[in-house]
Design a protein around this ligand. Structure first.
Ligand code: GDP
Length: 327
């Protein structure tokens, strides 16, 4: 039975990837940070088959311990301080976890593997935020990186240190440059989930407006369930590599609002939306759209959920959740 260790198990991708690997017959270990982590319960409820270990990306000896217990064939590094807007407020912490944490984990894997550099296959969750002030449209694996937030800068370090460990030590290390990927499990601070929750609650008469930031930003949004499959496919290749994972379609925040309100039959959504400086960012990423040709050709990967399908999945799920009285 193959074995996997996932950091960031409590997040959206950690949960989807756990389900995918458990379905494939893996023994799955997940790393949880902190004492009494409030999200531990969510993991136990959603993916009871996962064995939980405690550890922290900033504490290398905890990572070595986790590797010894999990004895993994594959390590997926999904753990990070992952909210872009927050990364300006806590730039140093973001760097410690999102950048240096990758080095700690790679180093722990290297030490754990001893003379057998290929013993553990490594996946790094890189991000389209690395493209930032885009130098080319659409963006592919060769596009010059120009991050626009402390988060983006930290992800660039993680990306290159992963490539460097592959080249320096012969490790099977891959970096997936994933464009925004969403689902009903997306954190409420991200714009898609913020909108889907607000629309559901407006429809149920529990809220009368939504306060937003920049409506002109554009993103390439896909479904997280599809994207974790691309991660797994990368680690099944004979060698590590870099892959853009995206839908190739871009939509503005306005398009998102139009699609989300349409799910509940509201066309004139402007009357429910206000804007506030608080939700604007010091620097913006304007036009993210990915070219996933390499993932399609080498990994045989393609997205199965389109933009309209994704938005309606999220609004419907929030409607059901609110009707059940869950928070
Ligand atoms: P990101 O791509 O990882 O930063 O994902 P987000 O979902 O946090 O943000 C996507 C885009 O939505 C960014 O360009 C934001 O500026 C824009 N946006 C506009 N209004 C909001 C808002 O109220 N909340 C968030 N999170 N983003 C917003």
């Amino acid at each position: 039975m193959p074995r996997a260790l996932i950091t960031g198990i409590t997040g959206q991708d950690g949960l989807y990837l756990s389900e995918l690997l458990l379905d494939k017959g893996y023994e799955v270990y997940g790393l949880i940070r902190g004492q009494n982590n409030p999200k531990a319960d969510l993991v136990a409820r959603t993916v009871p088959g996962v064995e939980v270990l405690t550890g922290d990306l900033t504490d290398m000896s905890s990572l070595l311990r986790a590797l010894r217990v999990a004895a993994p064939d594959e390590v997926y590094n999904l753990g990070a301080v992952s909210f872009v807007a927050y990364s300006w407020e806590q730039a140093s912490l973001t760097t410690e976890v999102t950048a240096k944490g990758v080095l700690n984990l790679l180093e722990a894997v290297r030490l754990y593997s001893g003379d057998d550099a290929g013993k553990v296959r490594f996946y790094q969750a890189s991000s389209s935020e690395m493209f930032g002030k885009v130098q080319q449209v659409p963006q592919n694996e060769g596009t010059l990186l120009w991050p626009r937030s402390p988060y983006g800068v930290a992800k660039v370090f993680g990306h290159y240190i992963t490539i460097n460990y592959r080249e320096s030590y012969g490790m099977h290390a891959s970096s997936g440059i994933l464009f925004n990927h969403e689902s009903p499990r997306r954190g409420p601070e991200f714009v898609t989930r913020k909108v889907s929750t607000a629309v559901a609650s407006i429809e149920l008469g529990r809220q009368d407006k939504i306060v937003m930031g920049n409506l002109d930003a554009r993103r390439d949004w896909g479904f997280a369930g599809d994207y974790v499959d691309a991660m797994w496919r990368m680690l099944q290749q004979p060698e590590g590599g870099e892959f853009v994972v995206s839908t190739g379609e871009t939509h503005s925040i306005r398009d998102l609002l139009t699609a989300a309100f349409a799910v509940v039959g509201i066309d004139d959504w402007e009357r429910y939306v206000e804007q506030d400086k608080r939700f604007f960012r010091p620097a913006e990423v304007d036009l993210l759209v990915g070219d996933a040709t390499r993932a399609r050709e080498v990994l045989g990967w393609k997205p199965t959920v389109d933009f309209a399908g994704l938005v309606s999945m999220m609004v419907e799920a929030d409607l059901q959740r609110l009707k059940r009285g869950e928070r």
